[in-house]
Write a protein that binds this ligand. Structure first.
Ligand code: ZN
Length: 412
């Protein structure tokens, strides 16, 4: 679920909120089956509709659909998962950098994977700092710790490419993959070669590190190999404030969503207890969103667990989580006159499929000037009858500009 406030604008996005009818819920979707008095009250005061976030017939990822909803056409601006993830770690990207995300894993002397997460290590900073700044053939490797076993890597140098395979074989017992070029360009070959060299050099440093000797002595698995994936090449893009004129902030628990916020130049507001899990303190998030309304023009709130529960096929859990979110969103029912509230989702995650689908998601806009319609419930089928009709993700920001009186006149 996603919520936005615009100047004040508040956008709330419920990740993977949309669903399909579930027999065990009497043929309703989890959103339709959930008791949502607050969302329904907002719907009554709103203009409702449906959004194909990437366009009809396209099955959105969370990264691409968020870019589209923020008005960045993914065809033009999406450069892979790596750059977004490393942005979320506070790593600064320069034009031409190749960014990757990865795990600190455990390999044996034959480079066979023993554990992809080094025994679910909680903090990899003692290890990333040993290899951060290493240089191989004129390429600098910037390596920062992520949460738990995760890390971010930036390759900085000339003539690089993101057209490379990954090092992570994704299964214990298999050897570390040699990174290969995906096309015939010298850039892809160079990037793969330099990355392979770095990963093996880094392994030599890590396997003999004191911090790993200590882990082994304590009966823990050593963190001795960086399993990288998701290469993407960064090219500078306009910040949200430059593109739309709104000074924005991002309230999210999940790393990917903080990454998208950072990537677009939003201020990240950390809320204690917001952990992107079903027990996340979403009430604290919405309270924080209200507090940010006076400080920012645009507040983006992301709620994650609707998606994870859909991916687990847990329709009861999804319904109950939506009810919890509805209670929390009570803080946004009465907003100031100059606030615009948008509630939507980035994609549908049907419990039946346990994966993202191309079905459109409900969206509602509530604020001064909106043409309220006859929709009185926030749901997939009720919003399909709303005044907004069926729109694309990239149509949402122009809609916001219109309601905020910021559209240029075309003609005279
Ligand atoms: Zn998502």
């Amino acid at each position: 679920m996603e919520v936005y406030h615009v100047t004040k604008s508040d956008t709330c996005r419920f990740d993977g909120l949309g669903d399909r009818p579930v027999d065990a819920l009497g043929g309703k979707t989890p959103l339709e089956a959930a008791a949502t008095p607050n969302l329904d009250k907002i719907a009554t005061m709103a203009e409702c509709g449906m959004a194909h976030t990437l366009g009809r017939g396209l099955r959105p990822g969370s990264d691409t659909s968020h870019l589209a909803i923020f008005g960045y056409d993914p065809e033009k601006y999406y450069c892979g998962r790596g750059p977004i993830e490393v942005s979320g770690l506070g790593m600064e990207l320069k034009d031409g950098d190749v960014a990757l995300r990865g795990n600190m894993g455990t390999v044996d002397d034959d480079l066979l994977i023993k554990d992809r997460r080094a025994g679910r290590i909680r903090d990899v900073s003692p290890f990333t700092k040993l290899i951060d700044g290493m240089e191989v053939d004129g390429v600098t490797f910037i390596v920062h710790p992520g949460t738990a076993h995760r890390a971010g890597v930036i390759m900085r140098g000339t003539g690089l490419s993101s057209k490379i395979t990954e090092a992570d074989p994704h299964e214990p017992g298999r050897p570390v993959e040699t990174v290969l070029p995906k096309d015939d360009t010298p850039e892809a070959k160079k990037t793969a070669d330099v990355l392979n060299k770095f990963l093996r050099e880094a392994y030599k440093v890590l396997k003999d590190a004191d911090a790993n000797k200590e882990r082994v002595q304590n009966g823990e698995l050593p963190a001795n190999f960086l399993l990288v994936r998701g290469a993407g090449q960064y090219s500078a893009l306009p910040k949200f404030i430059d593109k739309w004129g709104f000074d924005a902030c991002c309230i999210a628990g999940g790393g990917l969503y903080k990454g998208i916020g950072t990537f677009l130049g939003m201020e990240i507001i950390d809320v204690p207890g917001a952990n992107a899990l079903p027990d996340s303190d979403i009430e604290a998030k919405f309270k924080a969103a209200t507090a940010q309304l006076g400080r920012h023009d645009f507040v983006f709130v992301h709620v994650k667990a609707t998606d994870s529960l859909g991916e687990d096929g847990d329709y009861t859990g999804k319904k109950e989580f939506i009810e919890k979110a509805d209670k929390a969103i009570a803080h946004l029912v009465d907003l100031p006159d100059d606030a615009l509230l948008i509630v939507t989702a980035d994609h549908t995650t049907p419990c039946e499929l346990m994966a993202h689908s191309g079905d459109p998601v409900p969206i509602m806009l509530r604020g001064k000037g909106v043409r309220t319609d006859n929709v009185t419930a926030f749901g997939e089928r009720s919003c399909a009858r709303g005044g907004l009709g069926f729109i694309r993700g990239v149509d949402i920001m122009p809609q916001v500009l219109n309601l905020m009186g910021r559209l240029h006149l075309i003609g005279a």
